[in-house]
Design a binder for this molecule. Structure first.
Ligand SMILES: [Zn+2]
Length: 148
């Protein structure tokens, strides 16, 4: 098994106490985030060390999304919400993990929340200008065309 001894998520994914495990299989473990955005905010973590989602084997990606869908449906049964959110991040620990949470507010995990917290995006502007959006769109398209 591919593990990184310096990675906290490698340790957590393979030693999570049973009573804190929401789901576990040979590839994944799911448990609650200790700093939840919303109650039942769940993290789905790979047991093997992969740094970022774009480097995951597609079969593992599929398992994470499938599990995320199941957890989202469970959250919708448990809470009075119409939808759940799902996202991959890698900002805190470079070990793939997906977040699933019930969305009580439509902006629970969108950029709206951050822009209204006065964080600095797009050079301090309130929102991206059309020119900035076009430039970033063109750059992403060009990069995608390079990789087929
Ligand atoms: Zn790791």
């Amino acid at each position: 098994m591919n593990q990184n001894n310096d990675c906290n998520f490698c340790k957590i994914a393979n030693s999570c106490p049973d009573d804190l495990v929401i789901y576990e299989c040979s590839d994944l473990v799911a448990f609650l985030d200790i700093l939840p955005i919303r109650e039942s905010h769940t993290q789905i973590v790979t047991k093997q060390h992969y740094d970022y989602f774009e480097n995951l084997p597609i079969a593992i990606s599929h398992k994470i999304i499938e599990l995320g869908q199941r957890i989202a449906k469970a959250q919708k049964e448990l809470y009075p919400v119409e939808r759940a959110g799902f996202l991959f991040t890698g900002g805190d620990i470079a070990h793939v993990h997906a977040h699933v949470l019930p969305l009580f507010e439509k902006n629970d995990i969108t950029s709206f929340r951050y822009s209204h917290n006065k964080q600095q995006f797009f050079g301090g502007a309130e929102k991206a200008s059309p020119e900035q959006l076009r430039n970033v769109t063109a750059a992403l398209r060009a990069q995608l065309e390079k990789t087929g």
